[in-house]
Design a protein around this ligand. Sequence first.
Ligand code: NAP
Length: 324
Amino acid sequence: MRSVWVGSYGSTSVLEMREMPVPEPGAAEVRIRVKVAGINYADIMQRLGLYPNGPKAPFPAGFEVAGVVDQVGSEVTEWHVGDEVMAFCQGGYSDYVISQPYQIMPKPEQLSWHQAAAVPCQYLTAYHALLTLGQLKAGQTVLVQAAAGGLGTLIIQIARNVGAISIGTASTAEKCALIRELGCPYPVQYTQADFRDVVKSVTRGQGCELVIETVGGNVFDRSLKCLRSRGMLVTLGIASAEVPQISAVSLLANNWIVAGMHLMGYVTDRSAMAHAMRDLHTWLLDGKLEIIARHAFPLEEAARAHDFISGRQSVGKVVLHVAD
Ligand SMILES: NC(=O)c1ccc[n+]([C@@H]2O[C@H](COP(=O)([O-])OP(=O)(O)OC[C@H]3O[C@@H](n4cnc5c(N)ncnc54)[C@H](OP(=O)(O)O)[C@@H]3O)[C@@H](O)[C@H]2O)c1
């Protein structure tokens, strides 16, 4: 089978297509025939060797797929050959992957294969950051960095669905128009305006209850100052690769909460996962959640797809098309 590997850490030139044997599932494992592999910003950080506790090169790229169950181990009872699924895995940029039963979710019929590939990582992160950890409530205000991205477009819609008010940042007027359509009443084109001024005016000087931060560097520092007393900043990523430093004194003096979140710490929480999947199905049925998945590259063009995301050209989800 085909499998895209990170041969060594570095630019997209380190991505190489390898011919590998089709993997055999163990007794408690499931094999999936991949239709679409999701690309996440984490894939880029792993390729660069900047991901905390990331895989050591060489390693197979990607960790998220949508596809069809193709073989199940003898101890697996919850999944069957032919099930249409979305899943976490290792080496998602491949024709076949192995997953553990708890890492697999049924694909909602309302979603295309391309959209389904956004659920494991981006939908679940958006949900748990806003609701499981952030406890966002109707009427509260949330500041969302990189709001037109794969994660951001879902955060904006979930915030709207629970009756919260979002302030979302993006680099271009087109990206701002998209997030407005998705329910963000206050898009901020950060190349033209300072999001701190918008937060000040929308919250009448009080600051936000919640900030979702994914950029790092001075965006983190400026975002922190957008919190109200007892507000929470959730740090999810460092797209700029500039690791911020926090002063403990500024936290205690302002009553600010800073929380880190990594999705894998939530995937084994059965109750939180059940809530996330229940709300996903309800919102899809009610037409209240649109997964933006406009950018699909062939598996062979994984390098071009990574450059597309790093170059900030994407909106919503970017995927690799593996098989029809
Ligand atoms: N902790 C977790 O479990 C978890 C899970 C999922 C994602 N994340 C994190 O969430 C963030 C978003 O992930 P995603 O996969 O949805 O990616 P994405 O948002 O679709 O793409 C990245 C976007 O980030 C913005 N950006 C800001 N500074 C950037 C920089 N220096 N270089 C490149 N882009 C920059 C760009 O939007 P503009 O053009 O509008 O600036 C770009 O389009 C990433 O930091 C990722 O690591 C964390």
